[in-house]
Ligand binder design. Structure first.
Ligand SMILES: [Zn+2]
Length: 328
């Protein structure tokens, strides 16, 4: 089986001191990140059959848990530039290949060997000081931007309700005009509907179904339909509290049937050809919060056997492939 993953925070992990070029067992033995058992490394992605992923530029804001986070646009930009440099160093080392356009994706996916393909996705737009800087990031290879994470200067986000700000409307309009795609993951409803009204392509790289897990982190049925109406795809997140309502650390990890339930719910709304993967593994959590049966990234293909046989290849590969080859 071949996989495309719609959401991995690779550079964040690299800059946290994880050597993603190492076999996972070696990475775990030398892991500087405490309390989160790593699941992702490049050899591990290869073992799972992953040929391409959306790789994030994610700037962490200052919070009580991350006192080193940014407090202004300059600080956010600094983090994103460091992550961009990390991806370029990996590319120089032959560990991945940055893909900027649909033609490059087509050529990459036509090959069964070679390094991981990575399409850059900015998660949280605070690193962009204003919309006039978008061409810089496009030139750097960013094709997809999620305006929010928590609230940003641009939009209300997860756990921080609010609309697009004035700057957010200007950003989303400029994204539309440049042909960039908006990642609706993390957008609060008010900001989501503001963005939908502005128009342009939308996807949700990593968002489960709110009908099964309440909260503004997840897509309402109406939001999932709106994403699909722009031709977009939604990626399933492999995080127990996002799969099972009320899940807490220490509970038995969510069974893979819960992933299948989110997938089936989406399929009922927008069809199986719009449902894909956005695992977010090692995106601020480790094996401890993965679904049961996913002990490391190479286990990800196991979830496919819980899906209807006719849907497996699309969820694993073909739905992102089609979108990337036509819309990027
Ligand atoms: Zn995220």
């Amino acid at each position: 089986m071949r996989l495309i993953d719609g959401h991995l925070d690779l550079a964040m992990n690299g800059l946290d001191g994880r050597d993603l070029t190492a076999p996972l067992d070696d990475l775990r033995a030398a892991d500087p990140v405490a309390g989160q058992t790593a699941t992702v490394s490049f050899p591990e992605l290869r073992a799972a059959g992953t040929r391409l992923c959306l790789g994030t530029l994610f700037a962490m804001p200052r919070t009580p848990e991350s006192p080193g986070g940014y407090v202004d646009a300059a600080g956010a930009r600094h983090q994103a530039l460091a992550q961009l440099d990390q991806y370029r160093r990996w590319e120089d080392g032959g560990h991945l290949r940055l893909l900027r356009r649909a033609e490059e994706v087509r050529a990459h996916l036509a090959q069964d060997t070679g390094p991981l393909g990575v399409v850059l996705l900015m998660e949280g737009a605070d690193p962009i000081r204003d919309e006039t800087e978008l061409p810089f990031w496009v030139e750097a290879g960013v094709r997809i931007i999620g305006p929010a994470w928590g609230a940003t200067r641009y939009a209300g986000g997860t756990g921080a309700p609010g609309p697009l700000t004035g700057a957010g409307k200007a950003l989303v309009e400029a994204m539309r005009d440049l042909g960039l795609t908006l990642d609706a993951s993390h957008l609060d409803d008010a900001a989501f509907w503001d963005a939908a009204e502005i128009g342009g392509r939308m996807i949700a790289t990593h968002a489960n179904a709110r009908a099964l897990v309440p909260g503004n982190r997840h897509l309402s049925d109406e939001m999932a339909r709106a994403v699909a109406q722009t031709g977009g795809v939604v990626g399933l997140v492999l995080l127990s509290p996002f799969l099972q309502a009320g899940w807490r650390l220490g509970d038995p990890r969510a069974p893979l049937e819960t992933v299948a339930a989110h997938a089936a719910h989406y399929a009922g709304l927008i069809g199986w050809d719009r449902v894909a993967l956005g695992t977010d593994l090692d995106g601020g959590f480790g094996q401890e919060k993965c679904p049961a049966g996913i002990e490391r990234y190479a286990d990800v293909p196991r979830l496919l056997s819980h899906l209807p046989a006719h849907a497996r290849a699309g969820v694993a590969w073909a739905n992102w492939a089609r979108w990337l080859e036509t819309c990027l």
